[in-house]
Design a protein around this ligand. Structure first.
Ligand SMILES: Cc1cc2nc3c(=O)[nH]c(=O)nc-3n(C[C@H](O)[C@H](O)[C@H](O)COP(=O)(O)O)c2cc1C
Length: 221
């Protein structure tokens, strides 16, 4: 049983969880820097793998905020696009050797092709902000899981601020890119990356639709 305050907290949380959607079209207005800071603070509150990075003296989570039209973002855009081409070529070569992969990867291949045709990576340059989050590599290597927690917190906070948010997962492929890491000012190879786009949504999306819990759950004896 929850107290009235507890009920209210749950009502707001449930609302934010249901309202969290992937927004892929943004209005040109730039959100307040303070709102972006609040989103980053939510990311800092996310769990991290203490045993993996715990004794690092240098803080293990970093944020890089690139604004539309900035020098940094203008330099990053072609590098990310180039990475899409490298990935598509690598995947095609892999599928030649491994036919079952072709079937498995069909949707992903289509998505890469769509990006190549459009000549731009969604979320990198079309939103007011492209934010890269870095997590220092530790042992065991659980940086991607840590980043996912961080990005989810940021996503929920952006939702509560009524901002649109889009994951830009190609960013994870940029962690070994010397030029990209130079833009961020981090040494290549020491950090894993993930990214997102943030701005005011251009359209309104309905709350998430998911199957009923009972349809996807087994209560085991
Ligand atoms: C690991 C992961 C990577 C994703 N990468 C991208 C991405 O690069 N671009 C994008 O637009 N959405 C990306 N998404 C968002 C999903 O496509 C989205 O969450 C899903 O379609 C459900 O829609 P919803 O977020 O509106 O509920 C990613 C989601 C996950 C969990």
């Amino acid at each position: 049983m929850c107290s009235d305050v507890g009920e209210q907290k749950n009502m707001y949380l449930d609302q934010i969880l249901a309202d969290r959607r992937s927004y892929r079209m943004f209005r040109p207005e730039v959100p307040e820097e303070d709102d972006i800071r609040r989103i980053l603070h939510a990311g800092l509150l996310a769990p991290y793998a203490a045993a993996a990075v715990g004794d690092s003296k240098d803080y293990f989570r970093r944020f890089f905020v690139m604004k539309k039209g900035s020098q940094s973002l203008n330099a990053a855009i072609p590098l990310v696009m180039e990475q899409v081409n490298v990935m598509a070529q690598g995947l095609n070569a892999e599928m030649e050797k491994n036919p079952p992969l072709r079937k498995k990867a069909v949707m992903f291949v289509q998505r890469l092709e769509m990006i190549r045709k459009a000549g731009r990576v969604p979320g990198v340059g079309n939103a007011p902000y492209y934010i890269v989050v870095a997590e220092r590599k530790g042992f065991p290597p659980v940086e991607h899981q840590s980043l996912a927690h961080c990005l989810e917190n940021m996503w929920l906070k952006a939702t509560a601020l009524e901002l649109g948010f889009q994951l830009v997962s190609i960013t994870s492929q940029m962690s070994g890119n010397v030029e990209f890491c130079k833009i961020l000012g981090i040494p290549v190879g020491e950090w894993e990356l993930m990214g997102c786009a943030v701005g005011y949504p251009a359209d309104e999306l309905s709350p998430s639709i998911r199957p009923p819990v009972e349809d996807v759950t087994r209560w085991l004896e």
